[in-house]
Design a protein around this ligand. Structure first.
Ligand SMILES: Cc1ncc(CO)c(N)n1
Length: 215
């Protein structure tokens, strides 16, 4: 079995917990209180900026120019999505500028940046993969299971269930599998560990949004 399939199985309990979270269920039926979405958005803006920095760092460390280009494009896209948040959602949902980075977001972005800077390249690539894969899976899940009718949060859902994001996710998975195949069992195990950690941090990011957890 490929590293990615195997690893997705490992985190499937985490994924199954994520799709049952009140944050996701209420996002799906549009009943999520605005205050929780605003908190999430303000944190996600900081997240995306730093996710972009981690991706650019991985791009700089890539073994060849093809993967370098791919990760630099991922980084560019994270910045584009971050500015889209500012241009549309921030105004539409009344999110104020530059929020303080709260614990769950702080933990996640520092995990990503330190892994991207200091860990093996393969491990760094695995650490950022749940950011792609879990969002795609959650976006698809919501799109398939939501009821007909207006949903305040539809634009958010469409971003992650969309085809363009789907292509990036497929590419990110493929690159991780190629690197997992060529590396040592020890590094491969650390790739899995980083993937599990990032998946747990995704859970906590939404959980913090729902409970408005601050310092
Ligand atoms: C916390 C988090 N993880 C992943 C994504 C998708 O890139 C996002 N926007 N926010």
């Amino acid at each position: 079995m490929s590293w990615s399939k195997d690893t997705w199985q490992t985190i499937s309990p985490i994924y199954n917990r994520i799709i049952k979270m009140p944050f996701i269920e209420e996002l799906m039926d549009g009943s999520l209180p605005l205050e929780k979405f605003q908190f999430y958005m303000s944190q996600d803006s900081a997240y995306l900026e730093n996710f972009g920095r981690a991706l650019a760092l991985i791009g700089a460390r890539a073994y060849d120019t093809q993967n370098m280009l791919t990760f630099l494009q991922f980084a560019e896209n994270a910045i584009i999505v971050e500015s889209a948040l500012h241009e549309s959602y921030f105004k539409e949902f009344g999110v104020s500028e530059k929020a303080i980075v709260q614990p769950a977001c702080h933990h996640y972005i520092n995990f990503l940046k330190s892994t991207a800077a200091l860990d093996n390249l393969e491990v760094a690539m695995a650490a950022v993969l749940p950011c792609f894969w879990i969002y795609k899976a959650v976006g698809d899940y919501i799109l398939e299971n939501q009821k007909d009718g207006e949903n305040t949060y539809q634009a958010w859902i469409d971003t992650y269930a969309g085809e363009e994001f789907g292509e990036a996710v497929t590419k990110a998975i493929q690159i991780c599998d190629e690197h997992a195949e060529k590396t040592t069992p020890q590094i491969r195990a650390r790739m899995t560990e980083a993937f599990v950690t990032a998946s747990n941090l995704e859970y906590h990011f939404w959980d913090a949004g729902y409970s408005l957890r601050t310092w």
